[in-house]
Design a protein around this ligand. Sequence first.
Ligand SMILES: *Cc1c(COP(=O)(O)O)cnc(C)c1O
Length: 386
Amino acid sequence: MIPYGRQSIDEIDIQAVVDVLRSEFLTQGPVVPAFESAVADYCNAQYALAVNSATSALHIACLALGIGKGDIVWTSPITFVASANCVLYCGASIDFVDIDPLSYNLSVPCLSEKLARAEEAGCLPKAVIAVHLAGQACDMALIHALSRRYGFKIIEDASHAIGGKYSGEPIGGCRYSDISIFSFHPVKIITTGEGGMVLTNDAGLAKRMQLLRSHGITRDPVEMTHEPDGPWYYQQIELGYNYRMTEFQAALGLSQMRRLDEFVAIRHALAKRYDEHLHDLPVVIPWQDPGSYSARHLYIIRLQPEKAGKTHREIFEAIRFAGINVNLHYIPVYLQPYYAGLGFKTGYCPEAERYYGQAISLPIFPALTNNEQEAVVQTLIRAVGA
Ligand SMILES: *Cc1c(COP(=O)(O)O)cnc(C)c1O
């Protein structure tokens, strides 16, 4: 079975984890801050805080921006459910902006129209969560310009995008956003097993997220309501969580950073080979924005049903049957039963639903061999009956 994505772990990674296991600290030692500095430096961000998942990262990002009851946040329907769930954790409402037919990211024209309508109706969003699908950046400069006009905050869900660039700068640097988040789940670009990170250039937001990741507890006398009672003293000044990353996870992440650029370069080479082999088939190959250097987390093709003699599902099942674990990223979030329970209905984002009826993610990961890729291509050719 060829998976659609998987981690790439070498002996140096293993040794880095073993070294931590033999060391004094398994959590709250020196390696987490070292990993944070490495990512902050790589991305040109002032502050980076490691957490135990991107889901936790999204949650504390929303809380730090003050999102709560009565607020509305918008995101793309073509994302993992966590991009929307984080808003509901905070007691706020979620809404969705339809996708761009080329990039499959949140559509800026749709966003712009929806904002104009929301302004008239007096229900502007407090924040927009821009998801960089497959690692390709959203039109951040345009979204940022709209945020100035309408006064909303921006979180970049860059779970797919570490190692990528937008307009020549590393994704995660927050030039056009308040906070960016990464995921280090094993299918993503680099891994820590489970893990995530929040990045920001705002000292106040960094401080709040640092508190929220560890119970809302501070040991800094400056933040306390009175002089410490003694050397043992700490204060809980917020309602926080335990979202900390362990030292051995951070060791793996720090070690993986060595190969980040290489991982992304290999993904580009694989994507190029797919592009070359697939362009005669009745499929749409992934469009690339010339202003973005994608991390190429996913290679998503779209079937052209009018040209293929079979349905999307038949083609998908035929490829799976041949031992290739293609996937579909993603089911429009609002079609999930839980979201239907919030009142969302089929037909809400027509472009996202059309995409859902045609998309297939082909295997792409650094360890994918030429033979395996050839097998994927041949299987796809047979499946579409070209
Ligand atoms: C993977 C993913 C997440 C959640 O990441 P975890 O680290 O598993 O919590 C959130 N958003 C997107 C777009 C993702 O792909």
